[in-house]
Design a binder for this molecule. Structure first.
Ligand code: V47
Length: 419
C-alpha cells in the first residue's frame, strides 16, 4: 500500500532519532550532540516515547506528589535579575516593627501581615516575621503537609539569626515537618552577612543544626557566562552555586536542581546546563554522602519582569524540555513538572513525557504569578485534584515526602481537598 505523504515525513523525521532510540533502549548515556538533535527534531511523540522508556524503567507507572506549602519570607532583594518579577528594591522609607505606621493589626495585601512599605509605589513589598512564618508552617502541618519550602529575596537587613530562628521555631512547633529551604544564592548571601564571615560549610552546618532538612534547586538559571552576564549579572554564578551544592552533598544534605528556560538562552545552552549537572551528579554519587534528588525545569513566565517583551516557552517547548531532561539526566532519579509554572494541564500531560513528579499542593506562591507581578498568589491544587490528574494520565498517584519516601496515611491523617 503506498504511503501517504504525511507518513513519509514522519518516517524521515523519526529516522533522525533512530541512533538515539537505540542508545536509550540499550541504557547508554546520550551525548551533547544527541541532546541538540533531540531539540532540533519536531517529532515530539518519539521524544516523549523515549523519555517514557527511561521514566518507566526508573519508576514504573507511579507518579509522585507531595503535600507541601511554599513560604516566601520576603520579596526585598539586593539583586535585579531581569527575569524576576518577584523582587522589590529595599528603600529606607519603610515601616519598622513597632512603628505605629506599620500595619500591625491589619492584614496586608492578599492576606499577609508583613511589614509593608510606606507609600503607594511599592505597596506589595513585604517581609514576614519569624512568628508569621511559623504560623503558616503550623497551619500547613496541622492540615497534613510534610514539607515547607522556604525561600526569599536577598534581604539587605535581616541577620543570619533570623534564618536560624525560623528553622528552630518551625522545628520546635512542627517536629516532623521537613524544612527544605534557601537556594544556593541565599546560602552565599548568609556567608557574607555573618560576622566574622562563615564559610559555606559553616552556614550549612548551623542551619542543619537549627532544623534544615535539604536544599531546594532554585537559583541555577542557566550555567553559561553569556546568559549570566546579560540576564543576572550580579547574581552568584555557576561556581558559587556548585560550591554550595557540593558542600551540601559532602555533609549528607540532599538537594534539588533547576533550569530556568525559555528566555534569552539557546537550546545548546540548555543542553550544556544539563551536562554540567550530570557531571556534578556523577561526582556526588561517587564521592559524596548525598546527591541531587530531582531536576526541575522551570518554564519562564515573562509577565512583570524586565524580559516581559519575550513570549516565553510554548507548550511544545515545555514538553520537549521535560522529556529531553529525562533523557539527558540519566543519573538524577526524578524529573518534576512544577505546575505553577508549566500549568497543571501541561504537568498532567508531561506524566507521559518523562515526568514522574508534579510537586505538591503549594497553596501560595509569590515568585511567579500567571498574571504578572500583581497577579493572584493563591495557587493551590487540592490533594484530590492532584490524584485525579495523575489517575487520568494513566499513572498511579503516590504521596512522597521530600526525600521520596512513600507517605503512609491512615484514615485520621488522610488529606482531602484543599489545605
Ligand atoms: O530561583 C524566577 C525561578 C526559582 C521566574 O527545589 C522564575 O523542589 C520562571 O527554584 N519565571 C524558584 N521561573 C523556584 C524553584 C523551585 C520551584 C519548585 C520546586 C523546587 C524544588 C524549586 O524560580 C528561582 C528562579 O530560578 N524564577 N523568576 C520567572 N519569571
Amino acid at each position: 500500500m503506498p504511503l501517504e505523504c504525511a507518513d513519509m515525513v514522519t518516517i524521515i523525521k523519526r529516522h533522525g532519532l533512530d541512533d538515539i532510540a537505540e542508545k536509550v533502549e540499550a541504557g547508554e548515556r546520550l551525548s551533547y550532540e544527541d541532546g541538540v538533535t533531540l531539540y532540533a527534531s519536531r517529532d515530539v511523540h518519539e521524544i516523549g516515547r523515549l523519555a517514557n522508556v527511561v521514566r518507566e524503567r526508573l519508576h514504573g507507572n507511579v507518579a509522585y506528589y507531595n503535600i507541601n506549602r511554599h513560604i516566601n519570607y520576603s520579596n526585598f532583594c539586593v539583586l535585579r535579575c531581569k527575569f524576576c518579577s518577584f523582587y522589590r528594591p529595599y528603600t529606607k522609607d519603610r515601616a519598622e516593627p513597632g512603628d505605629e505606621r506599620s500595619m500591625s493589626s491589619d492584614v496586608g495585601m492578599q492576606g499577609r501581615i508583613g511589614l509593608p512599605l510606606l507609600g503607594a509605589a511599592q505597596d506589595d513589598a513585604y517581609e514576614l516575621s519569624v512568628d508569621q512564618i511559623v504560623d503558616q508552617a503550623k497551619r500547613a502541618y496541622e492540615a497534613g503537609a510534610t514539607e515547607v519550602h522556604i525561600v526569599g529575596g536577598l534581604h539587605p537587613k535581616l541577620s543570619f539569626s533570623y534564618y536560624l530562628d525560623l528553622c528552630r521555631h518551625i522545628r520546635a512547633t512542627c517536629p516532623n515537618i521537613h524544612i527544605k529551604a534557601f537556594t544556593a544564592i541565599e546560602i552565599i548571601h548568609f556567608t557574607r552577612i555573618t560576622k566574622p564571615r562563615l564559610s559555606i560549610r559553616g552556614v550549612l552546618e548551623q542551619l542543619r543544626e537549627a532544623g534544615l532538612g535539604s536544599l531546594p534547586g532554585g537559583g541555577a538559571e542557566i550555567f553559561d557566562d553569556r546568559v549570566h552576564e546579560e540576564a543576572y549579572r550580579a547574581k552568584v554564578g555557576e561556581q558559587g552555586w556548585f560550591d554550595v551544592h557540593r558542600t551540601a552533598h559532602e555533609l549528607g544534605i540532599y538537594s534539588n536542581v533547576t533550569m530556568l528556560y525559555g528566555h534569552i538562552e539557546s537550546r545548546e545552552e540548555r543542553i550544556t546546563h544539563m551536562l554540567k549537572l550530570r557531571e556534578h551528579q556523577d561526582e556526588s554519587l561517587r564521592h559524596r554522602r548525598a546527591a541531587f534528588n530531582c531536576f526541575i525545569p522551570l518554564s519562564f513566565i515573562p509577565e512583570g519582569s524586565e524580559l516581559g517583551h519575550l513570549s516565553g516557552p510554548t507548550g511544545l517547548d515545555d514538553l520537549k524540555t521535560l522529556a529531553i531532561s529525562r533523557l539527558m539526566l540519566d543519573n538524577i532519579p526524578h524529573i518534576k513538572a512544577f505546575w505553577p509554572m508549566q500549568s497543571a494541564k501541561l504537568a498532567q500531560v508531561s506524566l507521559n513525557w518523562g515526568v514522574d513528579d508534579i510537586d505538591g499542593t503549594v497553596i501560595y506562591y509569590d515568585i511567579t504569578k500567571r498574571e504578572g507581578g500583581h497577579g493572584n498568589r493563591h495557587q493551590e491544587l487540592g490533594v484530590d485534584q492532584i490524584r485525579s490528574l495523575i489517575r487520568e494520565a494513566g499513572r498511579i498517584p503516590v504521596e512522597r515526602d521530600t526525600l521520596y519516601r512513600r507517605v503512609a496515611r491512615n484514615d485520621d491523617t488522610q488529606v482531602h481537598g484543599a489545605l
